[in-house]
Design a protein around this ligand. Structure first.
Ligand code: XMP
Length: 172
């Protein structure tokens, strides 16, 4: 595997993002929603750097991928139990690839009438976008390679790696 982002670089990127978010929300209460499972580590690292009145929730979504490059059909679990009506919401995902996942969840969340809804991703994969929506915040832009680590998986492996690495053919 080829390391694309080291643990230290990721940490700096998340600190920058936390400063930006804290400054933009300027003390207003925020609900941070992480998309399972890939955003788990990103979520836990970001929220511990946010000095804001904060609530945290999780959204379950999966897009089945038979091959690493092709987006699958999106399944989003029922979000109606999330208590976000009238709240400022920041949705977190691990990676913005085609954008299908983020755009699908954003549409679902808008129906719950939050006071505002923004999105943040750790990684923005260049040249893959298929939707009009773009994330409000991102930490890093990466080239069009399949990446694992720091929450991102291949067949549920490699999520625990502290860095982000490109998965090469001989790795799987
Ligand atoms: P879309 O295409 O909906 O993709 O923007 C978002 C979801 O697809 C997964 N994904 C990846 N997972 N390495 C991964 O481990 C990748 O390079 C990659 N690209 C997309 C991921 O679950 C993300 O939330």
């Amino acid at each position: 595997m080829r390391v694309i982002l080291t643990e230290a670089e990721i940490s700096e990127g998340i600190t920058r993002l936390a400063r930006q978010v804290a400054s933009d929300y300027d003390g207003r209460p925020l609900t941070v929603l992480g998309v399972l499972t890939g955003s788990l580590i990103f979520l836990s690292d970001l929220i511990r750097r946010l000095d804001l009145p904060l609530k945290v929730g999780l959204v379950q979504a999966s897009s089945y991928r038979g091959q690493t490059k092709s987006p699958g059909s999106l399944a989003i679990a029922d979000v109606s139990g999330l208590n976000v009506c009238g709240r400022h919401v920041l949705l977190l995902d691990d990676i913005f690839d085609t954008g299908q996942t983020l755009s699908g969840i954003v549409a679902e969340l808008h129906r719950l009438e939050p006071a505002s809804l923004r999105s943040a991703v750790l990684l923005w994969k260049e040249g893959r976008q298929r939707v009009a929506l773009t994330p409000d915040y991102h930490c890093f832009r990466i080239p069009d390679v399949f990446v694992v680590g720091y929450g991102l998986d291949f067949n549920d492996e490699y999520r625990h790696l502290p860095h982000v690495a490109a998965l090469e053919d001989h790795d799987h």
